[in-house]
Write a protein that binds this ligand. Structure first.
Ligand code: SF4
Length: 199
């Protein structure tokens, strides 16, 4: 599989915020979000066996880029991790469905739909091990408060998250995301790795 990096860190956002994990960042994405901080210029090819040798943590976060673009390799990796009893999380933009038998092996998927993309919201919303994370912000791919007021009430609150766009430590829009999450009765996600200048 084409991969950017494997590293140990602490999950800084979403439902597993604060938990230690090994991150497997796959290369390539089908979207071009303004301000995207994923750089795949140094990506390399690794086999599933090579990736498995680099993983020691119990919890694994497969991220990108967009990991579902390499579905065959992704499925093989998930099956290998599952066979070892790992807790598997995946982060995706939701533009590609994941087959039922692979999705069932995940602790959960965090789907972060980007405004204007083809993200299959009904498909994801009905899956019990899927969390939906909407990024509030002014960038063209982020969501406005008005759009979230329309979209969020039909979703299951416990599995819905609002997070502020932020690549700067102060995250000026975090308070707006907090207030909006509170008014809609859904979860707020910070970005701890950005605040603490960690990855
Ligand atoms: S979907 Fe994610 S990885 Fe892809 S361009 Fe957008 S922010 Fe970057």
């Amino acid at each position: 599989m084409r991969l950017i990096e494997i590293f140990r860190s602490i999950q800084g956002e979403g439902p597993a915020m604060g938990r230690p994990a090994t991150f497997v960042r796959l290369a390539g994405c089908n979207l071009r979000c303004q301000g995207c901080d994923t750089d795949d210029r140094t990506s390399r090819e690794l086999s599933t066996e090579e990736v498995m040798k680099s993983i020691q943590s119990r919890m694994i976060v497969i991220t990108g880029g967009e990991p579902t673009l390499q579905m065959e390799e992704l499925s093989e990796l998930i099956q290998s991790l599952h066979a070892q009893g790992k807790e598997i999380h995946i982060e995706t933009n939701g533009t590609n469905p994941i087959e039922k038998d692979i999705l069932e092996k995940l602790h959960y998927a965090v789907v972060s739909p980007k405004r204007g993309s083809n993200f299959h919201l009904p498909f994801w919303a009905e899956k019990k091990n899927v969390h939906l994370k909407f990024v509030l912000g002014k960038a063209p791919w982020c969501w406005t408060p008005e759009q979230l007021h329309d979209a969020v009430p039909s979703l299951e609150k416990e599995r819905t998250w609002i997070m502020a766009y932020g690549t700067d430590q102060n995250m000026p829009e975090a308070r707006d995301a907090w207030d909006l999450a509170l008014s809609l009765g859904v979860n707020y996600s910070d970005r701890l790795h950005i605040r603490l200048r960690r990855r």
